[in-house]
Design a protein around this ligand. Sequence first.
Ligand SMILES: [Zn+2]
Length: 199
Amino acid sequence: MTDATRDYFVHDTALVATDRIGAGTRIWAFCNIQRDVTIGRDCNICDHCSIEPNVVVGDRVTVKNGVSLWDGMTIEDDVFIGPNAVFTNDVFPRSKKPLDQPDRTLLRQGATIGANAVVVAGRVIGRWAFIGAGAVVTRDAGDFTLWLGNPARPVGYVCRCARRLPVAYEDEVTGDSRSVTCECGLEYRIDVDGVTELS
Ligand SMILES: [Zn+2]
């Protein structure tokens, strides 16, 4: 529903226990957004999403249908989470074992998590990194890297525009730096420090 006192939208069927939600954000049907959750501006939280206390979501984030975000997760600006992507917050889960401190997961700015991918607890997904559909990520993903498979492996680099960059992946870049231009026109340098935007 929309009322005059707030500038974000909550569907009539959603449960929302926080008012720390930025302008222009839309929370769709059958979501459960718990207390102490912070959501930024112009986000889209689609049907059947669940967000636990202490989760922080940045601006312009898209969370497609059927995603749960657990205590311990931080999602920076411009992240895309595909439908039914799965996260966890306990690397040693057992029934009836209290979780004193969640294992933290960080999705950095612009990262994409593909549909039905899994990111296990405690991992960092780098800026503008791209996790392919169905990948199972058990390691940290560097900025602008592309990960596929189970267990997911880095297989290439991606542009901000999400196209794959025309350069081979190297586990450890040791030689000369390489410059590469995406077909969209954005330019990057790849060297021992990783991927740097030039434009
Ligand atoms: Zn591009």
